[in-house]
Design a protein around this ligand. Structure first.
Ligand SMILES: Cc1cc2nc3c(=O)[nH]c(=O)nc-3n(C[C@H](O)[C@H](O)[C@H](O)COP(=O)(O)O)c2cc1C
Length: 358
């Protein structure tokens, strides 16, 4: 996929290449995914409200993908760039303003964070509508949820069906209502203090067949991590027991094999569904660490780039006090796209779908 557009430009869009021909796809299918992006709860989100009406521009004919590149777009409508004029000389700590200015010599569109804005995840989410429909036809499901916000953690293991059906029912995208309330309170409190919070999102790839992925550089876990790190504010990725596995003994960390029916399975899932870069048949379980939103109202130290003097900055304008709820559908999207790509490459998904598979 190629994503394009900026936060305050005309459109944000995506071109997906390599999608098999013969997949039933409508704008409504894509719209349904995009509608999950923004929680409708003004207490915990930025004041910017984009209605995001999806248009499929190419690659779909008579309701089916043609095998040609598929381009999809949404328009930016609720744009207010006024706050960014004062800030263009004062890079926001924790944001990409400084590194973008160094790399692009000041030519980059800094309004609303430009290409570095969380808004760009709408491209990923549009692309994932295709990936999810493909995966669903082959029995694979991808879903994510908020596991922690700041110090509020959901520490119990959850039934996958519960997560799948409940994840978008709360504004923080945590399927457990009680925990979701505590998370929401934590966000509201941080916002009142002029601050922000981060958190953890867990993503599950269910029913992924064994044998998807390649060793070394095209490893399934490498590619999933790469896609997840392409979501702004993601600062850590772990599979299965992840960083905790460094403290376990081999006897504790190894997942014993067992036969269930005629299939090989594992007794536990510390490996997170990937061994040697190849799926094992156990669920893919990945977690991402999402940092607190950089743009905060508290005073912070920065520099004035034209005069090269130290300065201070309080970020004004419309910002998410916590990006974790919006990162949930983006994380689902990153994993779904990577799995679909690998399943096509490995021949699990054919290049042309048969009519009876619809
Ligand atoms: C969905 C989403 C929404 C975001 N909203 C904001 C925001 O309102 N304000 C902000 O400063 N950063 C926001 N971010 C985070 C920045 O885009 C990100 O921290 C910045 O581009 C620097 O990239 P890095 O954190 O990956 O290094 C958001 C991120 C995502 C994924």
């Amino acid at each position: 996929m190629t994503s394009f557009g900026e936060s305050h430009g005309k459109i944000v869009g995506v071109t997906v290449d390599g999608c098999p021909a013969g997949l039933a796809l409508t704008e409504e299918d894509v719209q349904a995914e995009v509608d999950h992006r923004i929680p409708h709860d003004a207490k915990i989100t930025s004041g910017r409200v984009e209605k995001d009406k999806v248009t499929i521009q190419s690659g779909v004919f008579n309701g089916f993908t043609t095998g040609a590149p598929i381009t999809m777009t949404v328009e930016n409508r609720d744009v207010d760039s006024s706050d960014y004029e004062d800030m263009k000389d004062l890079p926001r700590p924790g944001h990409a303003d400084y590194t973008a200015r160094v790399k692009f010599g000041g030519f980059n569109d800094y309004r609303g964070g430009g290409r570095f804005s969380g808004r760009i995840t709408v491209a990923l989410i549009m692309a994932s509508a295709i990936a999810k429909r493909l995966l669903n036809q082959f029995g694979v499901d991808v879903f994510a949820y908020t596991k922690a916000i700041g110090n509020v953690k959901l520490d119990k293991s959850l039934d996958y069906e519960f997560v799948r059906s409940r994840r978008y029912k709360t504004s923080v995208r945590c399927p457990d209502e009680k925990c979701a309330e505590a998370m929401e309170e934590a966000i509201v409190k941080a916002r009142k203090e002029g601050d922000s919070l981060g958190g953890i999102v867990e993503i599950i790839g269910a029913n992924v067949p064994a044998g998807v992925g390649d060793p070394l550089f095209d490893a399934l876990d490498s590619d999933i991590a790469k896609a997840l790190f392409s979501i702004p504010a993601v600062k850590g990725v772990e599979f299965g027991a992840g960083f905790k596995s460094a403290t376990l003994k081999g006897s504790e960390n190894n997942d014993g094999f067992q036969i269930t029916g005629k299939m090989v399975g594992t007794l536990t899932n510390n490996h997170g569904g990937v061994l040697g870069g190849i799926s094992s048949g156990s669920p893919i379980v990945v977690r991402i660490a999402v940092k607190p939103t950089p743009s905060i109202a508290k005073e912070q130290q920065t520099v004035a780039l034209t005069t090269m003097e130290n300065a201070t900055l309080r970020v004004v304008g419309r910002h998410d006090p916590c990006v974790v709820p919006k990162a949930v559908p983006a994380a689902e999207a990153a994993v779904a796209i990577t799995l679909a790509d690998h399943m096509i490459r490995a021949g699990f998904i054919p290049r042309v779908l048969k009519a009876q598979e619809q």
